[in-house]
Design a protein around this ligand. Sequence first.
Ligand SMILES: Cc1cc2nc3c(=O)[nH]c(=O)nc-3n(C[C@H](O)[C@H](O)[C@H](O)COP(=O)(O)OP(=O)(O)OC[C@H]3O[C@@H](n4cnc5c(N)ncnc54)[C@H](O)[C@@H]3O)c2cc1C
Length: 307
Amino acid sequence: MRPDYTRFDNVARELGCACLREEPMSRHTTFRIGGPADRFLTVTDEKQLIGLLQILREERLPWLLLGNGSNLLVSDQGIRGAVIALSGDFSRVELLPDGETVRAGAAAPLASVCAFAREHSLSGLEFAWGIPGSAGGAAYMNAGAYGGEMKDIVKRVTHLTEGGEVVTVSCGELDFSYRHSRYTGGSDVILSVEYRLVPGNREEISAKMEELMGRRKEKQPYDQPSAGSVFKRPQNGFAAALIEECGLKGRKIGGAQVSPKHAGFIVNTGGASCRDVLALIDMIKEKVAAEKGTQLECEVRVTGEAE
Ligand SMILES: Cc1cc2nc3c(=O)[nH]c(=O)nc-3n(C[C@H](O)[C@H](O)[C@H](O)COP(=O)(O)OP(=O)(O)OC[C@H]3O[C@@H](n4cnc5c(N)ncnc54)[C@H](O)[C@@H]3O)c2cc1C
């Protein structure tokens, strides 16, 4: 049964939030998969966000904070409740007075943050060039690549608690580990992220970014819809290698396929459903467990109404 949104809709309107109904989540995930969200809200400032979280709490409505949707697999049944997308004030990127700290709003694309750092000849974010997430999503996931991780450069994160309190937390309290942070599975909303960078040479920074992007494009199915690496790196090697050794590269269920280019990715070849992807994930897990004795764990976050 759908929740009653009457009061929520009135408050969202009063707050001036853009609110869509039955919005297909396939429009908001890099997998291009996902059924309708009951409500899809675009929030441009802190006041709106605080007001929305309050009414969501009062009405006991479930909600999901969306970043760039690049690590999400949303069910075909969609999402009961509200999806909140940040924009406006939350997309700002700025240099702090010390000249070495960059602060990005949670909705700022990592690409913009990296380009801003390069523009100011600040080094440290090169590894993140090409990760298609937002600043908030990358901090939430402790995103990493090519030997770097958010935990190496994040200085402080400011978040909003569900109770409406704005809190700033320094790196040591962020509980970062492999694809995990203190925010994983919680309900705090990341508002902004500060990065501790070091002065560098703009040409060298640019060259490093281009080199890493080149490696990505060569090895990964960058031009097909996906959510990046489906599985976390297991203790004994790489998920992609184990999947390939099990003969699953290129295996298809419906529109979902183990990428023929990189077995760690599942790609949407066109019209893939969440059900297709989940069936492929189950098949991979079973085969890798049976043949290699390794239990693969999903890195991609599966969300929405159960299939
Ligand atoms: C082609 C491709 C390549 C990729 N390569 C890499 C890679 O090299 N390394 C890597 O680590 N990842 C990679 N990814 C995965 C993905 O880009 C990262 O996990 C990224 O950090 C997710 O950010 P996002 O903004 O898209 O978050 P989303 O996918 O929108 O959300 C992920 C989680 O973060 C939460 N979240 C997002 N924003 C906030 C916020 N402001 N406050 C609180 N919670 C929030 C969401 O609720 C959700 O639980 C890749 C993905 C693709 C499609």
